[in-house]
Write a protein that binds this ligand. Sequence first.
Ligand code: ZN
Ligand code: ZN
Ligand code: ZN
Length: 364
Amino acid sequence: MKSFNCQLCGQPVYFENDQCLSCGSTLGYLSDEHNLVALQRQTDGLLYPVSNNPRAACYRICQNAAAWQACNWLVPADSPNAYCRSCSLNEMVPDLTVTANIPLWVKLEAGKRRLLYSLLRLGLPVVSKTTNPKSGLGFRFLKDPAASFRESKQVLTGHSKGVITINLAEADDAERERRRLDLNEVYRTVLGHFRHESGHHYWQQLIANSPDLNEFRALFGDEQVDYDKAISRHYSQGPQPGWKAQYISAYASAHPLEDWAESWAHFITIVDSLETATESGVVITRNLSKQLFAPLDSYWASTFDELLEQWLPLTYAMNSINRSSGYSDLYPFVLSRPAINKLRFVQKIVRNARFQSPAVDQRR
Ligand SMILES: [Zn+2]
Ligand SMILES: [Zn+2]
Ligand SMILES: [Zn+2]
């Protein structure tokens, strides 16, 4: 993630901020420019980014910001849409007349915006189902039915035909932690869910009907093996023995498509965390020689190895800082050689998708 500063007072501000806590100015995110900007409200009620350009475009805040403070992305003033690029991907949100649902839903929206930041920075196509019902992307945030309706099916977090469903309970820290322990996972976060599920969507878009399918199968295995059987075997018998030598996580060993989605999610985590470190002025050195690495624009790296050589010392440092603070490791994974080969493949697919798209967005 880039680092942002309030243009009025210079205060560092977070991607999620809708207001500068130092000078009080309104902030909004311009998804096309990958930038969080300070805004001034003009007499016409529209918002203008603070700049010297008198003809700068003007904006409105997203409907979900106005109604629920659930968003800080901007909508061009002349757009017919009430919702921003992130919120317009929603197909269903939980019942917001139930007060307890609101903060949980707001947390999911924040996770979705971080996912979209990465997808847009990687130059991946982000198309809504309204624009393309067949290959578009949509989100459903659903709550499990009340206890009195126990016979109903539980909401399953997952992906189907471009629709990512997230169970609202995953935004509840205590409940998510309970599930993490039940499933014996080392990592379970809202953002992790978004990244993982998006992997299934982009597998369908970028690999399913492409010549890269053969290389995918050579690395990950044949995705045509019975999915439901594989998943229920994973949950009844646990991960494949010796999974650490082949897979990035225990769950990745469940099925080739889960291995892909896990690798995809790790790839985005690595790229985004490296950008955050570089943008925050963290200087990374080689583990042994202490030689300095040149700052890296991780979203535009040409090979995965460029990322990996900085990622390893960075994770060692991040894990050590967490341990010094009494927390468990920030990145509790060991990357085996086969797992690294899969990450290299993810990087290649993502990079090809950027340069094969009709209009490569060169904005950094
Ligand atoms: Zn400010
Ligand atoms: Zn929005
Ligand atoms: Zn999955």
